[in-house]
Design a protein around this ligand. Structure first.
Ligand code: DAH
Length: 377
């Protein structure tokens, strides 16, 4: 049986005896040692190897330099001792420097080679966030109006019956309420009707909230989420988005409304787009209109998208009904319909985005499918 004792100290220190002490012999003997030290230092890898190198060369009892000073210096004739001492000191400095380098240098060339990176490889791609197409469209619409001096407002999604309906001139029991199938919050029967909570069916209640909080003039656009008890299909979703607009000042006329929306549609869809206004009905505007734009797909000639009509219906608008101003005047008397007038408009964001990007199913916006969403990044 064989026993191996593993220690960090080198097992065989072979320092030859020096027989000649002339300058040439000393030069070559120390040069050889230095070469060995450099080779050993270059192979050092890791903390344990650094310590082994230190012990092998600088160890107090068995280190190579100790051997050299012990054997060579003792054997040297007196006249060679000085030169030998100088050689020795130089070698010691070199070895100490090699030790320092090995200790601080980190991994050896071999270790580095093993870990080497090919910096020409493509890096790990980080996905940066991008705007959702609905957010993008909301922002594009609001920025068209921001450029006209409109500010941007928001309001709550859980709204009272008063703001969503009554103050917008949908009195309790009025049939116009049936046009907006409403999701209501349960268990509120004991509250007065106007305080009952519901999910807002349109962004129009923010018109009232805005007017209550500031006297005229007002120029505001309100982007936001709205909810209706509609069954989902290719073009309907129970949650969707609208952008509301309100402009109130002295002498605001229907011409201002037409001019503003015509400008906005051209800014948004391109300068060749035409607009036309059809009589319509909304409780909170009088007169009311539906706005159509010339078909952006066929330029108005007639195609499948516009059902051969050349026109696409895009939004509702009208002059603010005096009954709405009367509600606002309860908190802000300056909304006196004898002194001021205004217009309002509201548009569905999904519908506009679907048209602009050629999307045929509204559900794609909410499915969270990266393959769809990435096309807008
Ligand atoms: N609130 C209406 C809806 O959701 C849209 C609308 C029409 C808003 C006309 C307006 C407007 O401000 O003047 O159907």
């Amino acid at each position: 049986m064989q026993w191996f004792i593993l220690t960090l100290t080198p097992m065989n220190i072979d320092i030859p005896n020096l027989t000649a002490f002339d300058a040439a012999a000393l030069d070559s003997a120390f040069a050889m040692l230095e070469q060995q030290a450099r080779a050993a230092a270059a192979a050092v890898d890791g903390e344990a190897a650094v310590e082994a190198f230190r012990l092998e060369w600088l160890g107090r009892k068995q280190g190579r330099l100790n051997e050299v000073s012990g054997r060579w210096l003792k054997a040297a004739p007196v006249e060679a001792k000085k030169a030998l001492g100088q050689h020795f000191n130089k070698l010691k400095t070199v070895v100490e420097m090699l030790l320092d380098e090995a200790a601080g240098a980190g991994p050896s060339d071999a270790a580095l080679a093993a870990e080497a990176l090919d910096i020409t490889l493509p890096g790990t791609r980080r996905l940066t966030g991008a705007e959702h197409p609905i957010t993008k469209t909301l922002n594009e619409i609001t920025s068209v109006f921001a450029a006209l001096g409109y500010s941007v407002g928001v309001g709550p999604e859980v709204e009272t019956d008063f703001y969503n309906f009554e103050s917008m001139n949908f009195p309790p029991g009025h049939p116009a309420r049936d046009t907006q199938d409403t999701l209501v919050i349960a268990n509120q029967d004991r509250r007065p009707q106007r305080d009952r909570l519901l999910l807002r069916t349109h962004t129009s209640p923010v018109q009232m909230r805005t007017m209550e909080s500031q006297p005229p003039p007002v120029r505001i656009v309100i982007p936001g989420k709205v909810h209706r008890n509609d069954a989902a299909d290719a073009t309907h979703s129970p949650i969707f988005h609208q952008v509301e607009g309100l402009c109130v000042d002295t002498n605001i006329t229907f011409s201002d409304l037409k001019g503003t929306l015509d400008f906005a549609m051209k800014a948004f869809f391109g300068s060749s787009v035409k607009t036309r206004f059809f009589p319509s009905f909304f409780p909170f505007t009088e007169p009311s209109a539906d706005v159509q734009i010339s078909c952006i797909f066929c330029g108005g000639k007639g195609c499948r998208k516009c059902k051969q009509s050349g026109w696409i219906e895009l939004l509702g608008c009208g002059m603010v009904d005096p009954a709405v101003f009367a509600f606002a005047a309860e908190k802000q008397p300056a909304y006196d319909s004898k002194k001021i007038s205004g217009f309002a408009f509201g548009m569905g964001v999904e519908r506009i985005a679907m048209m602009k990007y050629g999307i045929s199913e509204i559900g794609k916006f909410y499915a969270g499918d990266m393959r769809f969403l990435e096309q807008f990044a």
